[in-house]
Design a protein around this ligand. Structure first.
Ligand SMILES: NC(=O)c1ccc[n+]([C@@H]2O[C@H](COP(=O)([O-])OP(=O)(O)OC[C@H]3O[C@@H](n4cnc5c(N)ncnc54)[C@H](O)[C@@H]3O)[C@@H](O)[C@H]2O)c1
Length: 338
């Protein structure tokens, strides 16, 4: 599709910021609006190099606020909706914000869109976690959904709401269901960055349970390529799994990180398992493969590069660990659109 102007939600987060950078390379002339609330998970340094970009417009705002959407929607041809609360552990401690952001926030975005026929595509970013755990084999897009954490349950609500607005109201919705992403700019509370940065500081690596949980690790740039392909060639009303064929146990990842950094495996400490911890996620991504995508990065290569990135960006993650961004955002308000 022909895009002149696009709205990205959650663009200061991990995948959103990688996607904006990716998009800028692919489509140098389009206008990019980044609507982000700047929660603790956002990092304005992720897009520091965009400050001089005249066609990049940051809008601080909440997807739950209809008035900001009504200002932005007339300006754009397409939406990529990343904004969400994303840390499963936090969803176990305080699920309320997950329900409000994922479910109500996505509803608000879709409901508001009914009045804006100029928007040709709503690419909704869902997750493979909505299928729940699978012992053997892989879930297809039409497999039953069986989420088991408040995070994945609220993401399931958002996923199905997006579909319902296609089916019931004819909105041009496409749903992407990526597996676990890793790579540069990921918040240090997440598994791989936490283990890398702790190992760099010779601190313990707290591994849940026996470390037997398996995820299919997708390099974030491979994911960006898949999402971009969906913008161009995805079929309206369809959902697409995005996986990587990189199924690895957490214990193996912990050992790989320790070994890449030349540290001792005794840093790995087994801790009480996460409540309701899904054992294995696996999706069948034949459908997007048929559209012409497949991941390029092997896990060993991607992990080495990611370790290297965190090694070279100590200033970035030390600030995050000290909570400096969260404190700054509480005081800071900058919006280029009123
Ligand atoms: N990270 C993964 O491995 C993964 C895998 C599959 C799917 N996803 C999905 O991809 C999306 C992005 O994930 P991520 O890891 O980059 O997340 P993240 O936590 O790094 O970033 C989320 C961003 O959304 C913003 N945000 C939160 N609530 C908002 C609101 N109400 N209004 C506006 N902005 C708000 C935050 O400020 C932050 O910048 C999410 O929808 C997530 O569910 C992530």
């Amino acid at each position: 599709m022909n895009i002149n102007s696009i709205l990205i939600t959650g663009g200061y987060g991990f995948i959103g910021s990688n996607f904006i950078r990716f998009l800028r390379k692919k489509l140098p002339d389009i206008k990019i609006y980044n609507l982000d609330k700047l929660t603790y998970a956002a990092n304005i340094e992720n897009l520091k190099d965009f400050e001089e970009d005249k066609n990049y417009i940051f809008v601080r705002g909440d997807i739950k606020d209809k008035s900001i959407l009504e200002i932005l929607y007339p300006k754009v041809d397409a939406i990529v909706h990343f904004a969400a609360e994303t840390h499963v552990d936090r969803s176990i401690i305080a699920p309320g914000e997950f329900i409000m952001t994922e479910v109500y926030g996505t509803f608000n975005m879709l409901e508001t869109m009914k009045n804006f026929k100029n928007i040709k595509l709503f690419l909704h970013i869902s997750t493979d976690e909505i299928y729940g755990s699978i012992e053997k084999g892989s879930f297809k897009e039409n497999s039953p959904l069986n989420p088991s954490s408040p995070y994945s349950a609220s993401k399931t609500g958002a996923d199905r709401l997006a579909y319902s607005y296609f089916k019931t109201f004819g909105l041009p919705v496409i749903i992407a269901r990526p597996s676990n992403n890793y790579g540069p700019y990921q918040h240090v509370e997440k598994f791989i960055p936490l283990f890398i940065t702790n190992a760099l500081d010779n601190k313990e690596l707290p591994l849940y349970g026996k470390g037997e949980n398996v995820r299919d690790w997708l390099y974030v740039i491979d994911n960006c390529e898949a999402l971009f392909l969906l913008l161009e060639k995805g079929k309206i009303g369809e959902a697409y799994n995005i996986g990587a064929k990189n199924e690895v146990k957490n214990i193996e990842i912990a050992k790989k990180i320790v070994n890449i950094l030349g540290k001792d495996e005794s840093l790995i400490k087994f801790v009480e398992d996460r409540k309701g911890h899904d054992l294995r996620y696996s999706v069948d991504w034949t459908k997007i493969k048929k559209l012409g995508w497949q991941p390029k990065k092997s896990f060993d290569e991607g992990l080495k590069e990611t370790v290297e990135w965190y090694k070279n960006h100590r200033h970035w993650w030390e600030k995050v660990k000290r909570g400096e961004f969260s404190n700054f955002y509480k005081k800071y308000y900058k919006s280029e659109i009123q």
